[in-house]
Design a protein around this ligand. Structure first.
Ligand code: RP5
Length: 169
């Protein structure tokens, strides 16, 4: 598959269609921030040739960041990090009887020199936030939106405290 250069800033990939429900928070967030993305199922074990093609051309296809969700043996994010110089954010999926611990350890325990920025199990939302924060270092529009998002988080805690007092009285 060939991409139109400059068409997508973030590549969001996942190991299986069964990962899609867990990836939705990330996809919705990036949509909300109006950042273009490419979405694809790429399996490290079932479509290794496609993984190689995608990751080894991701930089020349002008992607800035790869977000990769995978469960079980979860080799997808790590192999992307091996094949590309782009920052890779890995999302461990809870898709097996080990409840995502297998994916977490597989994704986070990368060898020296080949990091994958790993978020919590199933926390694709944080993968989206981290990707946007990386882009915001060079994009004032995204930086301003993120500032507002953080301010809203803070405001929510303040309001929760006000409501705590109300519910105690
Ligand atoms: C991984 O195996 C996928 O990322 C998925 O989380 C898990 C199960 O995949 P399916 O058997 O549901 O396709 O490669």
């Amino acid at each position: 598959m060939k991409f139109k250069k400059n068409s997508s800033v973030i590549a969001i990939i996942m190991g299986s269609k069964s990962d899609l429900p867990m990836m939705k928070d990330c996809i919705d967030l990036i949509n909300e921030f109006d950042v273009s993305f490419h979405l694809e199922i790429i399996s490290a074990h079932r479509t290794p040739e496609r993984l190689f093609e995608f990751a080894s051309t991701a930089h020349e296809n002008n992607f800035k960041i790869i977000i990769a969700g995978a469960g079980g043996a979860a080799h997808l994010p790590g192999m992307c990090a091996s094949l590309s110089t782009l920052p890779v954010i890995g999302i461990p999926m809870n898709t097996t009887s080990l409840e995502g611990m297998d994916s977490l350890l597989s994704i986070v325990q990368m060898p020296r020199g080949v990091p994958v920025a790993t978020v919590a199990i199933n926390n694709s939302f944080n993968a989206g936030i981290l990707a946007l924060q990386i882009l915001a270092t060079n994009d004032i529009k995204i930086a301003n939106k993120l500032k507002k998002y953080k301010d809203d988080l803070s405001l929510k805690v303040k309001n929760d405290n006000l409501n705590l007092n109300v519910s105690l009285s």
